[in-house]
Unconditional design. Sequence first.
Length: 592
Amino acid sequence: MNTQSTNKIAIIGGGPAALLTLKHILKKSLCPETIYIFEKNERFGVGMPYGKLGSTKEHVANVSANELPDLSYSFKEYLKKNPVKDFPDFSDAEQLNSYQVIPRLLLGNYLEDQFKEYIKIAKKAGIKIIAKTNTTVTDITKLDQGKEVFKITTDQEEFLADTVIICTGHVWPKKHEEKIEGWFDSPYPPSKFTKATDFPVAIRGTSLTAVDAVKTISRLNGEFIKTENGTTEFKPNKDSQNFRINLFSTGGFLPALRFHSEDDAYSSDWMMSLDEIYEYKNKNGGFVDLDYVFEINFKLPIKKKDAEFYTIIQDLSIEEFSEKMLSLRESYDSFELFKSEFEEAEKSIDKKKSITWKEKLASFSYAMNYPAKHFSAEDMLRLKSSLMPLVSVIIASLPQSSYQELMALHNAGRLDLVQVDKESTMEPHAELGGVYHYSSETGLKKNEYYKMFIDAIGQQQMNITDLPFAGLQNHHVTSEGYLAFKENTKGKELLEDGMDNVLEGHNNNYYLKVPGLGINDFFQSLNVYSQAVDHLFIMAVPFIGGLNPDYSGLDFCDTAAEKIAEALSRYEVPVIDINLNNFNNDLQENIV
């Protein structure tokens, strides 16, 4: 890494990733001359998930106050300073249950507040902040010469910066939406759904994104009522008697529920350090082995906290472990399993005792992001085919309130789950909605027509051709993501079998092309020669998933931002004594 100075930093996007990037720049006491922040929407800090583009009042985050990253002051202190009326469970800050999940709009208000506080801290440190909302960056160009090496073109004017950090957040492309009535390529923004549907609705997926869609659509067709015994029932509107939702899933599983967690909020201390990664690679043929990471980040923590469960899984490979846990789930009806897991989670919360294997699997999913860039292609394929289907279900952490609503719909005969084959497709109907083509569990071919279809499988990984900044592609400072095969014979075999994301390189080397862009351990962009591009960082969720298997959430953003700030600190950036503790104390005096 060279020592070129950094005087002007441009952060593209103003959501949670940008907030946490700004936090870590200040935490490192870095003091560039100017920080530009460009946000295409009207609010900082909220991004898509925590504002009107991703939420309405009924949507809740799968995170509680005790799980939030450290910010300038806590969520509880924010509530003291900003009492809320719209969310009764959070109206009394002194009685805050730090384990209770937070409504997404309320969390967005907190994140927006924190963005403003960090801007104040930066200005107090002498940094010039130019923060623009309602400003779309249309292109980023790397200049061939000059100290300020990037030109940022917005829909209003141009800016020059010597460092660019791309934090553009979630992207929901529209393929058929707005062309075919009744077809929606995502559930966002939820405000686009305005009418009751007195007919069955098809939703693809069972992730938290699908739950968002269920929450929105069901409220247009009825209401949820709390009974005297504390249960939740769904009462349809008079004009929605034919309303129902079918969830379509290849796995056939509903998301796992939140339970009591004994671990603190996710920590960078859990993962392999770079020194450990490179030492291991030097001794093991240039790769970090997936089995080793599974051992140290999952099995050993299990051994320390649940010796009985460890004896069951200690000799199992990743494939064997995944098959065992998934087969146990497959032996239940989806909603019966859902009910059973709810009861298990309730006991966990009531007794304040964790479900250790689930907690440690979530920890492993977080920790493996960082050595994953050093996996062989073989291990990445193993991870994606065997463990990730289990991980994606378990780490969902569906809030209990969402469970109650889904069960109320199911009990009312308004919600069902249909397991489909991996070759299933949904195609638009010429006039309205679409047709679902799939094979049932018994192999029966089906073609079902729906007047409304919502694709809700969550954020999909995007490729270099989807990057909206042509200037970066034209100058070859971005590249596709690749992993090398440990055994070239395996790569050759897969290529000959027709796997289209396997490529042959020089000297009979073979590579697996993964989704998204190439980045290094500090989230620096890699050019077409796999060299790190100084002063260009990629932290946009849809473009980094190929090398980061679990790439979402505030915890992930916090750790990624810390890595970027660490890289920036190695440049010639002015440093000033930014005493965040004193600043926080001043704020707390004002709050109290």
